[in-house]
Design a protein around this ligand. Structure first.
Ligand SMILES: C[S@@+](CC[C@H](N)C(=O)[O-])C[C@H]1O[C@@H](n2cnc3c(N)ncnc32)[C@H](O)[C@@H]1O
Length: 325
């Protein structure tokens, strides 16, 4: 199935449900990746700065947790983006002369091109094998005798609900061998106002990022979304610890698609649910690890406890496998 076929099927399903919804995985065309790079530099978007600072200041410690004996490893990053933060960790591994192959995976060619330029400039001796594709479908081939470290930074995992996150982690588990690791960057529960602002910045970049999804559908599926008739809306629910983004139809309207040869009715005030960002506590991190077949080995946080980097060991079996055998 081509990307276009998958997008067609996704839109058909997503816009005909009682609560319209589209996955945030489709945000990242070239313009979406460019806008996300701007978001990462916004004052309200503290996630990138905190994670980068943790990776920079604790890089040596992390590299020793990941690879205490300097054995050969493959660093597989799911949704790597431009790799700016991973560079610090890779530099620490290179400093210890670890034989490391970095395998960034991303659906965005733009992000992977930026990543390759960055590594060519700052760490040209690092072996890089980028994978352009969906991490739900692809996994790189790893030679025997090399340990795997699977990484998800930027609180990427939080874009999935709990069921989806466990499913992805169990998929990762199935590709790892005992002794392999997972490294996750996860955003922690904090002041709800601060969390909401991270998804509704004052310069409107996050709004443009959300609306760009409609531009993508206009281009790729011959749709006629009028962007002036939709508005970005972001919320944070302190009960569920989830930030959510929506596009809100400002009027009653019908949006047509040439490719799908049909229209979609929107009522004034009706929403398309486009993104969720789960926030975590230490207890929910432990719970997630246990549900997915991992042992939470260590967790680092910044001094205010706003962001966490956690390293998990793969257990021999996932909990479901354990109960059925
Ligand atoms: C929130 S950004 C984070 C980027 C990077 N990890 C960081 O922390 O800066 C999410 C990235 O994951 C990629 N992505 C999202 N869903 C994906 C999927 N299913 N397969 C591969 N890449 C995906 C996007 O293209 C984007 O570059």
């Amino acid at each position: 199935m081509t990307d276009r076929d998958r997008l067609t099927e996704h839109v058909l399903q997503g816009l005909t449900r009682p609560q319209k919804a589209l996955s945030s995985a489709w945000f990242y065309d070239d313009e979406g990746s460019r806008l996300f790079q701007q978001i990462m530099a916004l004052p309200e978007y503290y996630l990138t700065r905190l994670e980068h600072e943790l990776l920079r200041s604790r890089a040596d410690e992390l590299s020793r947790w990941i690879d205490p004996r300097c054995s050969p490893i493959d660093l597989i990053e799911l949704g790597s983006g431009d790799g700016a933060k991973t560079l610090s960790l890779c530099q620490a591994l290179a400093q210890r002369e670890v034989d490391c192959i970095y395998r960034p995976m991303d659906v965005s060619a733009h992000a992977l091109a930026d990543l390759s330029r960055r590594f060519d400039t700052y760490l040209p001796r690092m072996a890089i094998e980028p994978v352009l594709g969906d991490y739900f479908e692809h996994w790189p081939q790893i030679a025997e005798g090399r340990r795997q470290v699977a990484m998800l930074l930027g609180s990427n995992l939080g874009n999935l609900d709990e069921h989806g996150a466990v499913k992805l982690l169990q998929r990762v588990h199935s590709h790892l061998r005992p002794g392999d690791l997972v490294l996750l960057g996860l955003d922690l529960v904090k002041d709800p106002a601060m969390l909401r602002a991270a998804y509704d910045d004052s310069q409107g970049v996050t709004a443009a990022f959300n609306l760009n999804l409609l531009t993508r559908l206009n281009r790729e599926l011959g749709m006629d979304f009028d962007l002036a008739k939709f508005r970005h809306y972001a919320s944070y629910c302190p009960l569920e610890h989830v930030a959510r983004s929506f596009l809100v139809s400002q009027v009653d309207q019908v949006v047509n698609s040439k490719t799908l040869d049909r229209g979609f009715v929107f009522l004034a005030g009706e929403t398309i649910y486009t993104e969720q960002s789960q926030k975590y506590t230490m207890a929910s991190i432990e719970h997630l690890a246990a549900q997915s077949g991992f042992d939470n080995t260590c967790t680092l946080t910044d001094p205010r406890g706003w962001y966490a980097i956690t390293v998990w060991h793969r257990l021999p079996f996932t909990p479901t496998q354990q109960t059925s055998t």
